[in-house]
Design a protein around this ligand. Structure first.
Ligand SMILES: C[S@@+](CC[C@H](N)C(=O)[O-])C[C@H]1O[C@@H](n2cnc3c(N)ncnc32)[C@H](O)[C@@H]1O
Length: 255
């Protein structure tokens, strides 16, 4: 495996062990295990209720059999999607996240949680999912090339007439790109310092931020045979990061 991808996977394994809910929704007041689980999962239900309204307005997806929550974490959004689709797959690169998702969502019988350590979606056939949903994930990938590879594969596994909804930052200010705490975490972790010491004693964590411009994402999706329905700016006001959520379909054959 490519060493940068393996480090990325190790970082999310660490975060999944250390403070999974905060690593997913990084509100400062919720750090060090201070998320209330009911409130955490309610935030997922509210988000997917908004997605439900978007699906009605856009008229996609054409069918509601299979959904993919890419970068599912502990299943905050997967379990909410379960009310809208016959079957939902949550996929994540981090074994502790997947273990927690399975435990916390055992009652959601139409959800499966799968560990995927590949830099693409080769575990799924083409034209498979009616919905692919991915927020707060692609931004954390180690390189722009890694984002490109997953987004191109989203277009492959999306069913014709399906809906892909994915969020990607479009611009990260230089100040946020330096990420000194992540860099120091990587150096000390490489020297053998344990994740608990780095996180709890030194206040370091390994989350990174990567962006693709809206033009790059549109070109990529078009080249992969998909059609962008909307690119909506996200409200990330307090962070000065600019981000877009893309609503994308793949034309049905002959249309
Ligand atoms: C900030 S969390 C967001 C989780 C979820 N999307 C949500 O909003 O509740 C990012 C998640 O993406 C996962 N992730 C990071 N890189 C990934 C990859 N290459 N493939 C799949 N999951 C990945 C992390 O392990 C983590 O669970």
């Amino acid at each position: 495996m490519n060493p940068s991808f393996r480090r990325h996977q190790r970082d999310w394994e660490d975060l999944g062990d250390l403070d999974p809910c905060w690593a997913i929704l990084a509100f400062p007041e919720r750090r060090f295990g201070r998320w209330d689980l009911d409130e955490f999962f309610r935030s997922g239900e509210e988000e997917i209720a908004r997605l439900g309204a978007d699906m009605e307005r856009l008229g996609y997806p054409a069918r509601r059999a299979r959904a993919l929550d890419f970068g599912c974490g502990v299943g905050r959004l997967t379990r909410a999607l379960a009310a809208h689709f016959q079957h939902c797959d949550g996929v994540d690169v981090s074994a502790p996240m997947i273990a927690a998702a399975r435990k916390l969502n055992a009652a959601f019988l139409n959800c499966d949680f799968l560990l995927n350590g590949h830099p693409d979606l080769r575990i799924f056939p083409s034209d498979h999912f009616d919905l692919i949903y991915s927020v707060l994930v692609l931004q954390h990938l180690p390189t722009r090339a890694a984002i490109v590879a997953y987004v191109a594969d989203f277009a492959r596994v999306l069913a014709p007439g399906g809906l892909l909804v994915c969020q990607i930052p479009s611009r990260i200010p230089l100040r946020r790109r330096l990420q000194p705490r992540r860099r120091l975490y990587g150096i000390l972790r490489g020297l053998g310092v344990g994740p608990h010491v780095l996180y709890h004693r030194l206040g370091l964590f390994p989350m990174r931020m990567t962006a693709l411009t809206e033009g790059e994402v549109r070109d990529l999706l078009t080249a992969a045979g998909a059609r962008v329905l909307e690119a909506r700016p996200d409200a990330m006001a307090s962070t000065a990061i600019e981000s877009r959520t893309y609503y994308v379909t793949k034309p049905e054959r002959g249309r």
